[in-house]
Design a protein around this ligand. Structure first.
Ligand code: 13P
Length: 344
């Protein structure tokens, strides 16, 4: 596979039974995760943590790609190999987060616009040289009183499209990530409406910017009740509304769809994905899989706690979640597989 074979890379990212591990937390965000386990946010601790994740045995059985942060792309495993090469050896594609974060959107109090377009062609060229095969850019859409505004939807869709076009020209498959946040007390109906609006705007912008859909992967949030909403929709409803919205908005040419977990608990994120693949088996134009950050890492992070002696337990926790989500991407997950693993 050449660095520029975008169709093959996109297909490999959503290979049957596999999904993506999002490990691209910025230095600030990983610091928040480390605070929870009392680990100091140093470069060496960040390296050691990612080394633990990436050297998990047979990780490539269920993980097709890992999204890295700039610092990690340049780091090495304890054995001396660059992370990029160690991952590639395990059949895992290295990816890179290329946005520089969500900043306040002028004139739209409370809303964000993702930045990072300046110099992006140059940065992408360097990332390709370093071995990256795909990229990620996350846009954030918040639901609230008078939010989102059309301004934030249009500005974020435009930035996603500019990013995706730049990546494809540079030889990277873009993961297009418009995240409708699940914070707030909104209903699932409101989430569905905003998600449909957002995805329509995103695909209109991608068309305008000549993005090749077959060489792209969508990373959406699920259609779900706001975290603080008193009425929480059940698993099958979340799955049905999510797929209905995607079918209304995402062209069949898109190579695949990988969900973010967005603050859902590990097992709920797995159950939602599984339900989509069970309910719509044989009736989906794209593979539906995962690109979870927290929902893949939470258990491993808690088991690790920064101690070398905990590496094996932490890796077992990651391998388990990767396997459960791999099964869910095929519609073959059942909750008793969790219980059996806990009993073992
Ligand atoms: P979560 O699954 O924790 O939402 O992270 C996925 C991600 O990459 C967010 O940009």
């Amino acid at each position: 596979m050449s660095a520029n074979d975008l169709a093959a890379i996109a297909r490999a990212m959503v290979a049957p039974g596999k999904g993506i591990l999002a490990a691209d937390e910025s230095t600030g965000t990983i610091g928040k995760r480390f605070d929870g386990i009392n680990v100091e946010n140093t470069e060496e601790n960040r390296r050691a943590y990612r080394d633990m994740l990436f050297s998990t045995r047979a990780l490539g059985d269920h993980i097709s790609g890992v999204i890295l942060y700039d610092e990690t792309l340049r780091q090495k495993s304890a054995g001396g190999a660059a992370f990029v090469d160690a991952l590639a050896k395990n059949g895992i594609l290295p990816g890179i987060k290329v946005d520089t974060g969500a900043k306040d959107l002028p004139m739209c109090p409370g809303e964000k616009i993702t930045e990072g377009l300046d110099n992006l062609p140059k940065r992408c060229a360097e990332y390709v040289k370093l071995g990256a095969k795909f990229a990620k850019w996350r846009a954030v859409i918040d639901i609230g009183r008078d939010m989102p505004s059309s301004t934030s939807i249009a500005a974020n869709a435009h930035a996603l499209a500019r990013y995706a076009a730049i990546c494809q020209e540079a030889g990277l498959v873009p993961i297009v990530e418009p995240e409708v946040l699940m914070d707030g007390d909104h209903s699932i109906e409101r989430c569905e409406e905003v998600t449909e609006w957002t995805l329509n705007a995103v695909y209109e912008a991608l068309y305008l910017h000549r993005v090749v859909l077959e060489h792209s992967v969508l990373k959406p949030s699920m259609v779900i009740s706001g975290k603080k909403c008193v009425k929480q929709a059940p698993v099958d409803e979340v799955a049905a509304r999510t797929v209905r919205t995607l079918k209304r908005t995402v062209p069949a040419a898109v190579a695949g769809i990988v969900f973010l977990s967005g603050g859902q608990s590990d097992e709920v994120a797995t159950a939602h994905l599984n339900s989509m693949n069970v309910q719509f088996k044989g009736d989906l134009p794209w593979p539906l899989s995962f690109s979870y950050g927290r929902a893949l890492q939470q258990a491993a992070l808690k088991a690790w706690k920064g101690a070398p002696g905990n590496v094996a337990a932490a890796q077992a926790a990651l391998a388990h979640r990767a396997k459960m989500n791999g099964l869910a991407s095929l519609g073959r997950y059942t909750a008793d597989q969790e219980d059996r693993a806990k009993a073992a």
